[in-house]
Ligand binder design. Structure first.
Ligand code: FEO
Length: 172
């Protein structure tokens, strides 16, 4: 069973994941139109992942006797100054999701709801991975600075990261 507090908090998380899904889709579109195909592929994939994060929550809430609320979505930011701003926003977005997950975990401990606590551990691990990835990419971008050929290679590099992740996932 879910208390009203936990059900509301899980529904709030559904909305956060849904908004992240749309935010990354807008990032993918921005990158694709400019011609950063590697970066576009990266954000299309991130957007797909956020939809999965949202769906897992929707199904969990419904299975636990609650009712998942399918939210209306905020219009995402659609233009970026450059890749630094783009990936800076990506990190900020992930940090906000992590903060929300951490708060949810805290609430489950307060209520001694170990079923939801256990379910959320997947999200805790996922957030650690996503934040680490965003920081690694931002570090690369800092080294490149405004160098045009560096940016071109960076885009190719990201394409490689996406292809490798897809290969690893296919083998799992
Ligand atoms: Fe589902 Fe990347 O937060």
């Amino acid at each position: 069973m879910l208390s009203e507090t936990i059900e509301n908090a899980l529904n709030k998380q559904i909305k956060l994941e849904a908004n992240a899904c749309m935010r990354y889709l807008a990032m993918a579109t921005w990158a694709e139109v400019i011609g950063y195909n590697g970066v576009a592929g990266f954000f299309y994939k991130q957007s797909d992942e956020e939809r999965i994060h949202m769906l897992k929550l929707v199904k969990f809430v419904n299975e636990r006797g609650g009712t998942a609320e399918i939210p209306s979505l905020e219009a995402p930011k659609s233009t970026y100054k450059d890749l630094h701003e783009l990936f800076g926003n990506f990190l900020e977005s992930e940090e906000a999701v992590t903060e929300s997950i951490n708060h949810l975990v805290f609430q489950t401990l307060e209520e001694k709801n170990y079923t939801v606590h256990n379910f959320l551990q997947w999200y805790v691990a996922e957030q650690a991975e996503e934040e680490a990835l965003a920081r690694t990419i931002l570090d690369k971008l800092k080294i490149i600075g405004d160098d045009k050929s560096g940016t071109y290679l960076f885009d190719k590099d990201i394409e490689g990261i996406v292809a490798q992740t897809e290969l690893n996932e296919a083998q799992e």
